[in-house]
Design a protein around this ligand. Structure first.
Ligand code: SF4
Length: 259
């Protein structure tokens, strides 16, 4: 599957099911996906190898110019977005100038739309870089991925590069001391012929135990929405997601369900 790609560095605003009217910033290449994970449900398709010398990543100056140009147009037209969102064709924090780009974005946001939230959608894999961690502590919506409760399911759904374990990921998420939002996608299906299901009783119980340690502001749960690179995946129903949400709420953690 080629996947759904964003062909611009600054795109939209688009209507997002979770974030409202969102002006997107894609710090990854515009013609292929680049990520530290290789999630079986990724709407961008399968992950490519690391590009040589980070070729294809937009430079800090380019991002700043494109973002300012777009914000100036939106201001002139009186169109106020709900969020400036770092998402796109992979993991935004991979970008070597991510912390500096966040600094630029905060300055531009304060100049054009001080009331607009800055959001980053991340898979938490680069939090060991102190500068990335500090940059994420400065933004309004620090949204981090946690799709599994057990190591086996984490490795099979998210397929992280390197030796990242779910325990290490959980530990890094705990270091935000609650200044984060967790996003979790639920699915059921098979990969390589064996069942994979992060909505099972055992998985959800283990996932909630991790949430209790992380103590996020709230949790966003949602199903697949677009075609997935792994073909044998089924969409979890809204009713099932609501049952999972009820269990999270019982554990004292606020949850939002997106169908
Ligand atoms: S972390 Fe996000 S961009 Fe990376 S593979 Fe998973 S869904 Fe795709």
């Amino acid at each position: 599957m080629a996947g759904f790609l964003f062909h611009e560095t600054v795109f939209g605003p688009v209507m997002s099911r979770r974030l409202g009217v969102s002006l997107g910033v894609n710090l990854l290449p515009v013609d292929y996906k680049y990520c530290t994970f290789n999630c079986i449900y990724c709407e961008c398709g399968w992950t490519h190898k690391k590009p040589a010398n980070n070729t294809g990543l937009p430079g800090r100056g380019t991002v700043r110019k494109l973002l300012e140009k777009k914000l100036a147009i939106l201001q002139k037209e009186g169109k106020i977005p709900d969020a400036i969102t770092f998402a796109g064709n992979g993991e935004p924090t991979i970008h070597p100038e991510f912390p500096e780009i966040i600094d630029d974005t905060i300055r531009l946001r304060n100049k054009y739309f001080p009331e607009v939230n800055i959001t980053v959608l991340s898979n938490a894999s680069t939090l060991h870089h102190e500068k990335v961690f500090k940059a994420l502590m400065q933004i309004d919506n620090n949204i981090q991925k946690l799709d599994a409760g057990t190591e086996d399911t984490f490795q099979r759904i998210n397929r992280p590069s390197g030796k990242l374990s779910l325990d290490r990921l959980t530990e890094m998420l705990c270091s935000f001391n609650g200044k984060l939002i967790i996003q979790s996608l639920f699915l059921r299906g098979t990969d390589n012929g064996s069942v994979i299901d992060n909505s099972s009783e055992e998985e959800v119980t283990a996932w909630i135990l991790r949430l209790k340690k992380i103590k996020p502001e709230y949790v966003m749960i949602y199903p697949i929405d677009r075609p997935t690179p792994e073909q044998n995946i089924e969409k979890i129903s809204f009713e099932e997601l609501n049952r999972i949400a009820a269990r999270v709420n019982e554990a004292g953690i606020r949850t939002k369900v997106f169908g």
